[in-house]
Design a protein around this ligand. Structure first.
Ligand code: ADP
Length: 243
């Protein structure tokens, strides 16, 4: 279970998260939609402490922390329970696909190297990259790099995977293969929070949709409630522009 209560975050005078709360059940696939600049990525980054929120609380599983007062060990504990898939993959350029996937297991989880190697190989095979273990990121397509990014998150067996616009840096012809892998992750039953502009994916893969605008959650509900029967004007306007 993930719970965010009253999250606030400003960059200078820019109040990016005004008072955001959300509740995610185990096994949920939550999609966060909203116009550019509405605070979606910042919210996701706060959940993983890539950004430090100015106020509010976060619960991941049995751990609750105050965003502002979280200690280093609190942050490490939250990070152990969460994994992040970045828009721009964020792979180590000087490491192979296999080494990228092993890295978190060896350094953060203290898994012995040989076990980490086996698990990383399995994870790469699972995302369809069994033949690319020894390739460096520069030798892979964007879609393949993102699949390494997904393997790196999945191999950690976290309580939740946070996907930050995972396909928006990809050439259009590579989006499908990446979404297919994300659907595959969703089918494992792992809890996921996905920021995306891929509406077809949201409609079909999500069981809960959150619409954000201007640093607040405007509306949330099932895909049917949001896509077919949106209640709020701002949601209707957003959907009419993009569907
Ligand atoms: P979204 O993901 O909905 O497009 P973001 O969370 O990326 O929105 O950004 C929301 C606002 O916060 C934007 O105005 C953006 O410029 C600002 N912002 C995000 N990150 C930073 C940062 N590190 N420093 C300053 N401003 C930021």
């Amino acid at each position: 279970m993930i719970e965010v209560k009253n999250a606030r975050k400003s960059f200078g005078q820019n109040h990016v998260l005004k008072d955001v709360s959300l509740h995610v059940n185990d096994g949920d696939v939550v999609v966060i939609l909203g116009p550019s600049g509405s605070g979606k990525t910042t919210l996701l980054r706060c959940i993983n402490f890539l950004e430090k929120a100015d106020g509010g609380t976060l619960t991941v599983g049995d751990k609750t922390v105050d965003f502002r007062k979280a200690s280093k060990s609190d942050i490490l504990e939250i990070r152990r329970k969460t994994a992040f898939v970045f828009q721009n993959y964020n792979l180590f350029q000087n490491k192979t696909a296999l080494e990228n996937v092993m890295e978190g297991l060896v350094t953060a989880r203290k898994v012995p190297k040989e076990t980490a190697r086996t698990r990383a190989q399995e994870a790469l095979e699972w995302v369809g990259l069994a033949d690319k273990w020894d390739a460096y990121p520069s030798q892979l397509s964007g879609g393949q790099q993102q699949r390494v990014g997904i393997a790196r998150a999945v191999v950690l067996d976290p309580e939740v995977i946070l996907f930050d616009e995972p396909t928006s840096a990809l050439d259009p012809e590579l989006v499908g293969e990446t979404l297919a892998v994300i659907r595959r992750v969703a089918k494992t039953g792992i809890t996921m929070i996905v920021v995306t502009h891929e509406m077809a994916f949201a409609q079909e893969a999500a069981n809960h949709v959150i619409f954000m605008d201007g640093g607040v959650v405007v509306e949330e509900g099932s895909p049917n409630e949001i896509f077919v029967n949106p209640k709020e004007e701002r949601t209707k306007k957003f959907l009419s522009r993009i569907l």
